[in-house]
Design a binder for this molecule. Structure first.
Ligand SMILES: C[S@@+](CC[C@H](N)C(=O)[O-])C[C@H]1O[C@@H](n2cnc3c(N)ncnc32)[C@H](O)[C@@H]1O
Length: 235
């Protein structure tokens, strides 16, 4: 029997119209969909975006992916998820892995892709609209032009690293700001990037939220899907 194909499918950040034609075609083709979720949450936003395009017969498999800092040390944690996917592929089924935004950009997909790559299965990765680009469009904020240096910073990095990245940036995207929002606000102040900062939570979803005065809201409990765009000077 011929093996199935593994599709890493970027489904965009939330807006149900922000999937590519290629993503929709792949969703229509698969027999199994892997819906990634974290240990803490039981829902999968990627699944809810993908759902309208799936055949009614599609089997949904929820896989839990713990938040890890060092993939090299912790890849055993993902081994069971890899084996489950391989079983389906070896049974001839096409398997999709739905990823919020783009699969190759700060995504759980990268872990599973790296584990499956040496296994000799066919992998097709389909890019998606990353959240920061959807946010820039939504709030009418040019991200980079001319010789701007655009820096993308995961707010989960060490504060020293965040600070030195901010020092060099003209325009900045701060991802994963939900954990240490007050500290990030302080770093933006020190680096003269607070005035232009805009935070968007759950962009494109029904409960999307936009905060323009982030200094005044620094104690707000943020949703996991929150991103800040900011610039050193306005355009
Ligand atoms: C694990 S990363 C996933 C990034 C994703 N692969 C992408 O291409 O945008 C999770 C972070 O992405 C950002 N994010 C993803 N979806 C978002 C949305 N709908 N609204 C705002 N931020 C979002 C947030 O910064 C969140 O903490």
């Amino acid at each position: 029997m011929e093996f199935g194909t593994f599709y890493g499918i970027g489904v965009g950040p939330g807006d149900p119209e922000l999937l590519t034609v290629k993503a929709i075609n792949a969703l229509k083709k698969i027999e199994v969909l892997i819906a990634p979720k974290t240990e803490k949450k039981s829902d999968s936003v990627a699944l809810s975006i993908a759902q309208p395009y799936l055949k009614s017969s599609v089997e949904i498999i929820y896989q839990t992916f713990p938040m890890v800092k060092d993939f090299a040390e912790e890849k055993e944690v993902f081994a069971a998820n890899k084996e489950e996917i391989l079983r389906e592929l070896r049974g001839g089924k096409n398997v999709g892995f739905a990823t919020l935004g783009d699969p190759m950009f700060y995504s759980t997909y990268i872990y599973i892709f790296k584990l499956l790559e040496p296994c000799g299965v066919k992998i097709v990765t389909i890019p998606g609209v990353p959240a920061f680009l959807a946010i820039a469009a939504q709030i009418g904020r040019p991200l980079a032009y001319g010789n701007d240096i655009l820096t993308i910073i995961p707010a989960t990095a060490e504060l020293d690293a965040i600070n030195s990245a901010l020092e060099r940036a003209d325009s900045t995207v701060l991802m994963k700001v939900y954990k240490n929002f007050p500290e990030i606000v302080a770093e933006l102040k020190v680096n003269g990037m607070i005035d232009e900062a805009v935070l968007v939570s759950r962009c494109g979803l029904d409960d999307e939220k936009i905060i323009t005065d982030i200094a005044a809201n620094k104690n707000e409990q943020l949703n996991y899907l929150s991103t800040i765009l900011t610039r050193r000077y306005s355009v």
